[in-house]
Design a protein around this ligand. Structure first.
Ligand code: FAD
Length: 370
């Protein structure tokens, strides 16, 4: 019988597998890719798209097109459950998709606090489609009103969104908005003092307010209320509260790590079900928990591709080595950034230019498959 490979999500960890789909289908293996959208957006360029540095088409892959062109089947839907005994993926629309080998790259989500009222102008920083929606609403508002923007969260995506909202306002608005980051206890608390100060300095020089030492208690349209009771007026709210792996695995009763990510061994293979693999933000790498950064998803690509085929063909699996320290560059808007790699740190335009080159090269490489 024809073997069936099913991919959940067309994210960063599946790029090499998607690029080689024709070689897989040529072996007589049926490939099905499940995703909620015909496109996959590269989140590393999401804040740059929010500011208008990039057009949406520059930061996305045409997943459906790439799959169908190479003889695979694309189903636009969301996986809501996996039945690992029956080897079936259940979709939101009720369709049941059987597999011999399954690979999960379902990414992560921003947890949403309880929000009162209509959340039209409350945006999570993921999925990137939400930043796209925010951009047009913001640009329209900036041109007509003095706007209050509040960003809830104290990590890199809060900093990137704040700086890029500032750039969008500078380039499209008549009056600059008041931009406030509600950073919780400490802004950029898990980074070194020098990185923290570079980023704080860059934002504060542009009038962006960073509030530390207090958490947000409640978010509602028009208002953000802090633990000590103060209410900040907010026409737009961005939620940048860190990310959690897709709840798919916990909902399916499959072994997960403490963060809810699919628990995998060094072969990126479920520790419980050997026909299930995964990569990117949705996994918990048992040997050494990994940061939720695209760098690891990208590094996992060739191993995931090799191991999926090896499992289908009964060959040996290859172990994944996460590698050493990685390059971090934050896009702080206004075509400036902050770069960190081991002991090397600098900010300003050169940091942005390096990030821009790396990100565009990555996109060109995979958009070429289209
Ligand atoms: C604002 C922001 C900026 C960032 N900047 C950087 C950066 O500069 N550098 C860096 O290394 N990292 C960055 N990160 C982190 C990085 O984006 C993530 O680590 C990376 O996106 C993980 O890739 P992924 O493929 O696992 O997940 P995702 O990019 O989330 O992709 C998951 C895919 O799966 C699909 N999917 C989700 N659920 C389902 C389901 N149930 N069924 C089917 N399909 C599903 C989604 O539609 C999506 O296409 C940033 C994150 C954010 C939020």
């Amino acid at each position: 019988m024809q073997k069936r490979l099913v991919l959940i999500g067309g994210g960063h960890a599946h790029m090499v597998t998607l690029a080689n789909l024709a070689a897989i289908t040529a072996k007589g293996i049926a490939v099905t890719v499940i995703g909620p959208s015909d496109h996959h957006y590269y989140s590393g360029m999401g804040p740059g798209m929010l500011s208008g540095t990039y057009r949406p088409e520059e930061i996305r892959f045409a997943t459906r097109h790439v799959v169908e062109k190479q003889g695979g089947t694309f189903i636009r839907d969301k996986a809501v459950r996996i039945d690992p005994q029956g080897k079936i993926v259940v979709l939101d629309g009720g369709t049941r998709v059987p597999y011999d080998v399954l690979s999960c790259n379902a990414g992560s989500q921003v947890p949403r606090p309880a929000i009162e009222g209509s959340p039209e102008d409350i945006f999570t920083v993921k999925p990137i489609e939400r930043l796209m929606a925010a951009k047009s609403r913001l640009a329209d508002h900036f041109a007509r009103h003095r706007t209050q923007v509040v960003i809830v969260g104290g990590g890199p995506s809060a900093a990137e969104v704040a700086g890029n909202v500032w750039q969008l306002a500078r380039d499209t608005g008549r009056t600059m908005p008041r931009i406030t980051i509600c950073a919780g206890k400490t802004f950029m608390g898990r980074f070194s003092q020098t990185i923290r100060h570079r980023i704080l300095g860059s934002l504060r020089r542009r009038g962006i307010v960073v509030r530390e030492g207090d958490y947000v208690r409640q978010v509602s349209p028009g208002n953000v209320v802090l633990e000590h009771g103060e209410a900040l007026p907010a026409d737009f709210v961005f939620l940048a509260l860190g990310v959690r792996p897709s709840p798919l695995f916990a909902d399916s009763g499959i072994a997960t790590g403490p963060d809810g990510g699919l628990r995998v061994n060094v072969f990126l293979q479920s520790t419980q079900y050997p026909d299930i693999f995964g990569g990117g933000d949705c996994i918990y790498f048992q040997k050494q928990p990994l940061d939720k950064v695209g760098v690891y998803a990208v590094r996992e690509n060739p191993i995931l591709y090799h191991n999926l085929l090896a499992r289908l063909e009964g060959r040996d699996l290859m172990p994944f080595d996460p590698g050493g320290d990685y390059l971090l560059i934050f896009n702080l808007g206004g075509r400036t950034g902050v770069l960190k790699k081991r002991w090397l740190e600098f900010g300003g335009r050169p940091a942005f230019i390096i990030k821009d080159r790396i990100d565009r090269r990555f996109m060109r490489k995979f958009q070429a498959i289209e």
